[in-house]
Design a binder for this molecule. Sequence first.
Ligand SMILES: *Cc1c(COP(=O)(O)O)cnc(C)c1O
Length: 384
Amino acid sequence: MLDRIAAALAERKRTGLLRTLRPLSPGRPGHVVRGGRDLVDLSSNDYLGLARHPLLIERSVQWTEALGTGSRASRLVTGTLEQHAEIETKLAAFKGTEAALLLASGWQANASIFKALVKLAPDAAIFADELVHASIHLGIAAAGKRQVRFAHNDLDQLDRLLAEQGPLAEERIVVTESVFSMDGDRCDLVRLSDIARRHRAYLIVDEAHATGVLGPRGAGLSAQSGVRVDLVIGTFSKAMGSFGAYVAGPQLLCDYLVNACSGFVYSTALPPPVLGAIDAALDLVPAMDAERAHLAALAERLRAGLRRRGFDTAASDTQIVPLLVGGEDETLALARRLEEQGVLGVAIRPPTVPRGTSRIRFALSSVHGEDEVDGLLAALGETV
Ligand SMILES: *Cc1c(COP(=O)(O)O)cnc(C)c1O
């Protein structure tokens, strides 16, 4: 096996796809330090700067001191603290759903939820946007299902596929994301929820990149009026500034997942340091409209500047702004040159994105200022 592993790595290196880990340290807000150099961090998911917010740190420390560093067991055994239950109630109120459930990570939620649902309807058909997160593709495969893929955000095609293939299936499950992590565009959930209702399909939406950032009080696009989603997945690891994930929906759904979702049942409960940070984020985020407006304005400024310079920013209309380059090597070279200019903008390559669409994925934070966006645009002017 080790020979095969070496060959696989060599092949990745030859084709420009080898990835390696590059440590860095947090710097002042919106910055990182790597190799002793200060870099503007334009590629992380800390969209509201909460990962180092004093209230999250304080509550995380308090809860750690009071409750310990570990949760000692899985939720169904002895791992459920009163704090898990309180956060789940708070979270359901935030999302506007009847109930909510904490899970260890978004990856884990997506990897295990489909199997739990498909147990109830083995002949269900699953319809997925072609650009959904790798963990959703994995979860559908783990459920033993072949997915019906529709072209990215092509709701007309989804409507047609549901009409053609839906009636034959025992149940119809549609899955997409409210904000797409690599393109920074949104799904029209008002229209999608109408299509799902018409075809009697069960609608699952992953709000990883919208939670905290978009929708009323930052509750995500599924919380907009006129939208009905059956199961919402989101994370605390991005705008919410810490770690972990949630599922929100009806009480019956959560009761079922407590019994049947392997990623919930067989994994240790989230520990107090993480719970404290989640609790503080849930207190802060609803009132952060000014930060959300600033973030949206920064993203608009960046898109306008990039387009003026002739760059393709795909259909971005959120805090995630891709600069499409195309080839792997050119994208890596651009990321390297930006880093020399003091900007961290990470190259995203296949298999994370389709071949030929390698890009720098810029992701802004409300702690950034206009000067930092303008600095990036100036740096691109120097390098391209
Ligand atoms: C980041 C992300 C996940 C994974 O969440 P983690 O909590 O980091 O495991 C799942 N879905 C989408 C769409 C994501 O962007």
